[in-house]
Write a protein that binds this ligand. Structure first.
Ligand code: ADP
Ligand code: ZN
Length: 221
């Protein structure tokens, strides 16, 4: 099954994609995570991507599309995958359709996590991350011990682009470049809106319910 997770920055795409990927036993592909891995490991791709990410801008399509293509051509993607943070431009969306079409595949569902602008900025400005991928919020979703991950005891850190200033640019970038993609998938009839304001577990329940509904209709998993 091929699932696309859509939504504003900090709408919960990463968290929910991880849940879905684990449940369905397919890879969770986050272009943001791929870029951050490259930055942490000082690769040429990382150096290029960092120029844009730190400012809240999108990494240019050419680079992003190539990275995505290489990733989804890997063996573990043959039975499907969850895409988190991709596509983010109409150009990326069209090229993804073409890539899938070339190998006889298509997107099953696009899940749109809906949150307000105020919530996006509130979440980003209090977000704390762990290397293992777990995200916390200093006020609404704190770790049990301050600055220590509940899952792996790792030390929590703040992403460089998780400041109020960059959050506003990211929101702006999202509205201008990424939001139009929602309309494209809605027209194709594969979009499902999910209320992203509910507690994480409840959102997961809603997402998994929609996937289950789709799968039983299609006879696929
Ligand atoms: P969030 O959804 O919280 O904004 P991500 O981890 O998905 O975080 O992305 C972080 C940053 O990585 C983005 O602001 C952007 O600069 C870059 N990025 C991630 N995915 C893409 C993409 N598909 N196209 C262009 N840039 C991307
Ligand atoms: Zn952790």
């Amino acid at each position: 099954m091929i699932i696309i997770m859509l939504g504003a920055p900090a709408s919960g795409k990463g968290t929910q994609s991880a849940v879905v990927a684990q449940k369905l036993g397919i890879p969770h592909i986050s272009t943001g995570d791929i870029f951050r891995w490259n930055i942490a490991n000082n690769t040429p791709i990382g150096a290029e991507a960092k120029k844009y990410i730190d400012k809240g801008l999108l990494v240019p399509d050419e680079l992003t599309i190539n990275i995505l293509r290489d990733r989804i051509e890997m063996e573990d993607c043959k039975d499907g995958f969850v895409l988190d943070g991709y596509p983010r431009t109409i150009n990326q969306q069209e090229s993804l359709d073409k890539m899938l079409e070339d190998c006889g595949k298509s997107i099953d569902m696009a899940i749109n996590l809906v949150v307000t602008d105020e919530e996006v900025v509130r979440r980003i400005s209090g977000r704390r991350m762990c290397k293992c991928g777990k995200a916390y919020h200093i006020v609404t979703y704190p770790s049990k011990k301050p600055d220590i991950c509940d899952l792996c005891n790792g030390e929590l850190y703040t992403r460089k682009d998780d400041t109020v200033e960059v959050a506003n640019t990211r929101l702006d970038t999202y509205k201008k470049q990424s939001e139009p993609i929602i309309g494209v998938y809605r027209e194709k009839g594969i979009l499902v809106d999910i209320d992203g304001h509910k507690p994480q577990d409840k959102v997961s329940e809603d997402v998994l319910y929609e996937i289950h509904k789709y799968s039983s209709k299609q006879g696929v998993v």
